[in-house]
Design a protein around this ligand. Structure first.
Ligand code: SAH
Length: 372
């Protein structure tokens, strides 16, 4: 078996330096190569003309810049773009670019499917098939940048809110965020690179030791009884523990970090004024912003989007109580690119997908009976 060449997209700067030290220990080599790959978008070593021929030959023998293959690209009427990229073993994940008022926010995936199975998220229904590599995560950013470069733009914000639970793919995700924030790579500020988690508490403490990235918490409920029904992980790490970890993260040593609470509003489930009041009280001593996301439907979800009036009331209450509260407008739902609609192609190892598809078929059959 021939060994696969090292994918240099897997290596943040320090690791690229040590990889190269085998043949050349001058740090400026690393700078040159990274600038070619990330700034000039030149991935072919032969095109890296300020490197010696011998060095280029060595690089080509040992390594390559390998991108995930783009299987489809969809464009929404609102400018949102969704890529389906192949990540090996017949699996695909999705990446979404959301252009908005001069910002280009990219929503990237970190796993094939997801293990957590939050009841209102379609990714969970696909089951799980493993982690993405660092290269597969940053490859998504590189591909979006290549498209944006055609109109003189680049990715300005990255959110790890695509498929998967980033903190259950910790090492690869941390390395990928290092490249996102490295000036020699994507050079995005830490305020604009956000790791989103359903609440893997021990990993939040680990993250505080190694990173300054912005953190988003998928909270969705103001008490444990309700959150247990939406985010099964809450049974393992209940809200009090989660908020302790959050306070630790934002108040950690050094410069303060940014924290956002995500709250998907679901009709008749968590969207009433009593929930807003309970939420405001719960977060009183947590320095955070709140992001409200009206539920995005998918087949057989069993949930509905709230009425706009209920959403406004919820938001107004939080704002009147001193919380910076953003309402995330639904983008790209004509191409199934909105929050919670990313499904990719997951060769499920958990049989969850099978059970979900059976429910979808049952619902469809039920629906057609009604019509008949
Ligand atoms: N596992 C991570 C990353 C996924 S983020 C996390 O849970 O944070 C995806 C975001 O979209 C989360 O805030 C998630 O709760 C939200 N979401 C999932 N399904 C949704 C749906 N159907 N409608 C609206 N938001 C949804």
């Amino acid at each position: 078996m021939t060994a696969e060449r090292t994918n240099l997209f897997d290596l943040p700067r320090a690791r690229l330096e040590s990889f190269m030290s085998a043949v050349d220990d001058k740090p400026y080599r690393t700078h040159q190569i990274m600038k070619w790959a990330y700034h000039e978008r030149q991935l072919d070593f032969d095109g890296m003309t300020n490197l010696s021929k011998r060095f280029r030959a060595w690089l080509a023998e040992q390594s390559e810049y390998r991108l995930p293959e783009v299987v489809h690209r969809y464009e929404s009427v609102d400018g949102t773009v969704k890529w389906v990229v192949r990540v090996g073993n017949g699996n695909c994940v999705e990446t979404v670019l959301i252009p908005d008022k001069g910002r280009n926010t990219l929503c990237v995936s970190s796993q094939v499917g997801c293990m957590l199975d939050c009841t209102f998220c379609s990714t969970g229904k696909q089951g799980f098939n493993g982690n993405l590599s660092t290269g597969e995560i940053v490859g998504q950013v590189w591909l979006a940048n290549a498209m944006l470069a055609e109109r003189g733009e680049s990715v300005s914000n990255v959110v790890l809110m695509g498929m998967g639970e980033p903190l259950l793919n910790f090492d690869a995700v941390v390395a990928a965020t290092e490249l996102m924030m490295d000036d020699l790579a994507f050079g995005i500020s830490k305020r604009r690179v956000t790791v989103s988690t359903a609440g893997v508490v021990p990993a939040i403490y680990e993250l505080a030791k190694v990173s300054d990235v912005s953190l988003a918490i998928s909270l969705h409920a103001p008490n444990d009884a309700l959150r247990n029904t939406l985010v099964p992980l809450n049974r393992k790490y209940p809200i009090a523990q989660l908020l302790d970890a959050c306070r630790h993260y934002v108040e950690g040593l050094g410069e303060r970090r940014s924290l956002t609470m995500e709250y998907t509003l679901i009709k008749g489930v968590n969207d009433e004024l009593v929930h807003a009041k309970e939420l405001a009280a719960l977060l009183r001593d947590v320095r955070c912003k709140i992001n409200l996301i009206p539920f995005n439907p998918f087949p057989a979800s069993g949930f509905e989007r709230p009425d706009p009036a209920a959403v406004r009331k919820f938001q107004t209450y939080l704002m009147n109580n001193g919380y910076a509260t953003m309402l995330r407008t639904t983008r790209g739902d004509d191409i199934a690119a909105a929050c919670g609609q990313l499904v990719g192609q997951v060769k499920d190892r958990t049989r969850r997908q099978e059970r979900y598809l059976a429910r979808v078929r049952a619902e469809e059959a039920g629906g057609s009976e009604e019509l008949a």
